[in-house]
Write a new protein. Structure first.
Length: 331
């Protein structure tokens, strides 16, 4: 299937600002296409007993071959900017701290290779990795989306960090880390666990009982800048956090369909992009990469799918097609 036949669009609602990736004429199971590693094998990474198989899926969200499509007229209602980028799946053979370490290394390796070796790779700005852990199937699949379209949540986080720095002249993420460490022995503490490089805590206003954030103790704007030790310690604290979630969920008699993990990382921007995004300070001093962990549910066939914690929603069909079916339906 050619890129022209399978063109994606990012549509922006002018009233809410919500961004939706539209997949026209998708005839396959959407959830399967998002988690499947069936496709062309492009890489294989191994460390000890754990290994990761990297593939490009048969039904990718982003296509590297796509060209940028400008908006029609002046109206944001018909924003047809293409979700130009790359989409790769990572199948992990071992659910352990070692398996997570290999997955993180694979995310780092492939992100750097895409930016330097892929066609038009230098145009990629957002590298958005996440993983879907399915406890009942003991399955861990990673997804790496690379695009020049910055995830809406990342835009919001950058603006918040910039505003905080403008007022405090300090990093928002460093302040959060310091506060959680200082309060970890208090009765109202949200602290969960820490190691030499990271601290994990529950959100102040979580959207889920087990909404955990993991922040680095040092300033690291992008996950691609992690050292081998920092990568290993990140894998250890992620695995520890997931294990604790599973144990407490079992005690609370709560069924966990999936546990989502997302790495939020600063995009690669040129100086002119800062003005466009209304950011006044370099991302290297205001933004820190971090990990978000939250249970989710397995979407059913044809349902819209929210890419974990990104602000992007994937819609399997064009609104006009659904509207046509709704008009023809009878009560």
């Amino acid at each position: 299937m050619s890129p022209e036949e399978f063109r994606r669009e990012i549509r922006t609602d002018p009233f809410t600002g919500n961004e939706v990736i539209v997949l026209p004429e998708l005839k396959e199971d959407l959830y399967y296409s998002l988690t499947s590693t069936k496709g062309n094998k492009i890489d294989f990474l191994s460390m000890g007993k754990a290994n990761v198989t990297v593939t490009t899926p048969e039904t990718p969200l982003f296509l590297l071959e796509e060209k940028h499509v400008t908006a029609v007229g002046d109206s944001a209602l018909y924003d047809r900017s293409s979700a130009f980028g790359a989409d790769e799946r990572f199948l992990v053979n071992e659910i352990s701290a070692g398996g997570l370490e290999v997955l993180l290394e694979a995310f780092k390796t492939r992100s750097m290779e895409l930016q330097t070796k892929a066609p038009n790779g230098k145009e990629l700005s957002q590298f958005y990795p996440y993983a879907i852990y399915t406890p009942h199937a003991n399955s861990l699949v990673g997804v790496l989306l690379a695009s020049r379209a910055i995830a809406p949540v990342i835009k919001s986080e950058m603006k918040q960090a910039d505003s905080h720095y403008q007022i405090k002249k300090r990093s928002l993420y460093k302040d959060l880390t310091s506060d959680e460490k200082r309060l970890k022995l208090e009765a109202e503490s949200r602290f969960v666990v820490e190691n030499d490089d990271y601290i994990a805590f529950l959100q102040f206003a979580p959207s889920d009982q087990f909404d955990i954030r993991i922040l680095p103790k040092q300033d690291i704007p992008r996950f691609t800048g992690l050292s081998q030790r920092q990568t290993r310690n990140l894998a250890l604290i992620i695995y520890d956090s997931i294990s604790r979630i599973q144990l407490v969920a079992k005690l609370r008699q709560r069924y966990l369909g999936v546990i989502n993990l997302a790495l939020h990382s600063a995009p690669v921007l040129e100086e002119k992009d800062y003005t466009r995004l209304d950011i006044k300070n370099p991302l290297e001093i205001i933004y820190n990469f971090h990990v978000e962990i939250r249970p989710g549910t397995e979407p059913f066939y044809g349902a819209p799918y929210e890419i974990p914690f990104s602000g992007w929603t994937v819609n399997a069909d064009r609104p006009k097609n659904i509207a046509q079916q709704l008009r023809r339906s009878n009560h």
